[in-house]
Write a protein that binds this ligand. Structure first.
Ligand code: ADP
Ligand code: MG
Length: 259
């Protein structure tokens, strides 16, 4: 089973205005333009509580814009964002309780692995003993205990992204947002991390949205996949269903293409 301490992003009693317990992320009717360019054109989908959902689409389809809107780094022109039942559309980023991992979300170079993971907890002024306990737990989870006192420059690319994940998980975010987290790594390491992320998610069950342009990656990792194309949702479903019953010509072609 899942250790209680690692489970659930945030205790029910800590939630503000919580109503729905079984939906982690809901975005409805998101629209976003950059000048005349329509980046998002009525995007709606849900990430059920505790699921890992893949947001898949070609470069430029609007994936990062969706993630940035969920994180509060970008405001939508229209539409709403709900996080664990709370309307978060106008909440500032720091109040959303989201954890991020980006492709180039650099670690603090002058801090050790342990200090990097502890950072978000120190900002929140957690008690020292609690920080130590949580960081040890996370080091174990991402299998970096032997590297705790190393600096980022002494780690491989794959190890660095595992530190980034542990750092994002440390403050127990209610949702985890991953934007092409393995995009900069070579194929073999990427494949290892995929399998590892799936395993980690099965242990932690934090509601996660995983952005990738790599169809194989999305299908291997995600419980459900949202396919985005030119700022619109083409289809949503479990990987097998998308393969067996593509709903649009775009999905047929996109999934048929060999990466
Ligand atoms: P993806 O992550 O799927 O590659 P993005 O969400 O980054 O796509 O971008 C979608 C479209 O919106 C792209 O054409 C991109 O050039 C454009 N875009 C994204 N952010 C901005 C911005 N801040 N200003 C202008 N155009 C942007
Ligand atoms: Mg992107």
């Amino acid at each position: 089973g899942t250790p209680v301490s690692m489970r659930g992003p945030i205790a029910a009693t800590e939630r503000v205005g919580a109503g729905v317990d079984d939906v982690g992320i809901v975005v409805r009717h998101l629209r976003k333009r950059f000048g005349d360019y329509v980046a998002l054109d009525d995007v709606s989908f849900e990430v059920p509580d505790g699921q890992l959902v893949g947001l898949l689409g070609p470069s430029g389809s609007g994936k990062s814009t969706v993630l940035r809107i969920i994180a509060g780094l970008e405001a939508p022109d229209f539409g709403t964002v709900e996080l664990t039942g709370e309307d978060a559309t106008t909440l500032p980023t720091r109040q959303r309780g989201v954890g991020f991992v980006f492709q180039h979300y650099a670690l603090f170079r002058h801090m050790t692995v342990r200090q990097n993971i502890a950072f978000g907890l120190e900002v929140k002024k957690c008690p020292r003993t609690e920080i130590k306990k949580r960081v040890d737990e996370l080091l174990d989870l991402v299998q970096l205990t032997p590297h705790a006192e190393r600096y980022p420059s002494q780690l491989s690319g794959g190890q660095r992204q595992r530190v980034a994940l542990a750092r994002a998980l440390a403050p127990r975010p209610r949702v985890l947002l991953l934007d092409e987290p393995f995009g900069a790594l070579d194929a073999k390491v990427r494949e290892e991390l995929r399998a590892w992320l799936r395993k980690l998610h099965d242990e932690v069950h934090v509601t996660s949205l995983f952005v990738t342009h790599d169809q194989q990656e999305a299908f291997e990792v995600a419980d459900q996949v949202v396919i985005l194309h030119q700022g619109r949702v083409e289809q949503i479903g479990p990987p097998q269903e998308l393969y067996e019953r593509p709903a649009t010509p775009f999905v047929t072609e996109f999934l048929g293409a060999v990466n």
